[in-house]
Design a binder for this molecule. Structure first.
Ligand SMILES: [Ca+2]
Length: 315
């Protein structure tokens, strides 16, 4: 089987770091050609630093990291999810600064160049707001036909929000960007928030297994998400499990067989209603020719975990 080629676009919080490590540990089936960073969980500098640190933690190979857009397309909103991921964004590990730095080229230019150089070959996994991707598709509309596939962690098709009651975080953080991507015609599978709840969440036993595993990559994932685990417990009154939602998008992209429910729908992002800005409207009863997105709304949780823990050396 040939090795598939990916680009990961990330607002590197602790579950992004877990997802990056996982992707880099899948070198027998996937090559990550580049990592592009975008504002989302934190200001761009911290997202970029944590992408570099996640690469180091994987102990595999080191794709170039490119800095992307610093604000959502239409706002100067700043991001500060420190309560979710810790002050350093990695569970309070407080690792030394990475030895490497990001490339000089802007992430949006890197995306355009990579796709034009290798049309039809690059699959994107987006685990942050869609600002970089929307900017690239706006500057270079030909990309919509040249991107092999977009695997997007975003939207919701039943369960409501994790940004607000109605809105999923990545879409809601830059709704215009999500709408541009949705309407671009680029082939996309939206891994919705629905997949990230319930039995796909990480259990205390699994954390122990990661911490006891011989793999430094696996131990890093458990330690980097310590604060995330506490956060879930705080907001859910003592919940023992927690979601590493970005990992689901990476695992579904690497192993599409984990997806158990795919639906096509006519979709749009709510841009106008202030209460519901970023809401992911979807209509599965729309005429076939009007349906513009494929949504993955459920995965085989046991298979997801088997594949993920195999990559992290904690089977
Ligand atoms: Ca993310």
């Amino acid at each position: 089987m040939s090795v598939r080629r990916f680009l990961i676009d990330t607002d590197t919080g602790s579950d992004d770091a877990w997802a990056i490590v996982e992707a880099l540990c899948a070198a027998d089936i996937a090559r990550v050609e580049a990592i592009t960073t975008v504002c989302g969980n934190f200001p761009l500098d911290l997202c970029t630093k944590n992408a570099l640190l996640a690469e180091d933690a994987a102990g595999a190979y080191l794709p170039p990291v490119y800095r992307g857009v610093e604000h959502p397309l239409l706002s100067k909103k700043s991001f500060a999810a420190y309560r979710v991921h810790g002050e350093d964004g990695l569970g309070g590990l407080n690792l030394p600064a990475p030895a490497r730095t990001a490339e000089k080229k802007h992430a949006v230019q890197a995306i355009i160049d990579l796709v034009r150089e290798t049309p039809g070959e690059i699959e994107f996994i987006t685990i942050g707001p869609l600002t970089n991707i929307a900017a690239a598709l706006t500057l270079a509309p030909d990309l919509a036909q040249k991107i092999k596939k977009l695997w997007i962690l975003g939207g919701s098709a039943g369960i409501c929000g994790n940004l607000t009651e109605h809105v999923e975080y990545n879409v809601g953080s830059d709704p215009e960007a999500a709408e541009i991507v949705l309407q671009s015609g680029a082939p996309a599978i939206w891994i919705t928030l629905d997949t990230t709840r319930g039995s796909t969440e990480i259990t205390p036993d699994e954390v122990e297994r990661l911490l006891a595993s011989p793999s430094p990559a696996g131990r890093f994932c458990a330690l980097a998400t310590r604060r995330l685990r506490e956060f879930y417990s705080e907001i859910r009154g003592g919940s023992e499990t927690y979601g590493v939602v970005d990992s689901l998008a990476v695992t579904a992209a690497l192993y599409p067989e984990i997806m158990t429910n795919l639906v096509t729908a006519k979709c749009r992002i709510e841009l106008h209603d202030a209460e519901k800005r970023g809401y992911f409207h979807f209509d599965t009863a729309a005429p076939e020719k009007e349906r513009n997105a494929v949504l993955c709304t459920a995965v085989d949780a046991a298979l997801f975990k088997r594949r993920m823990y195999a990559l992290l050396g904690a089977e």
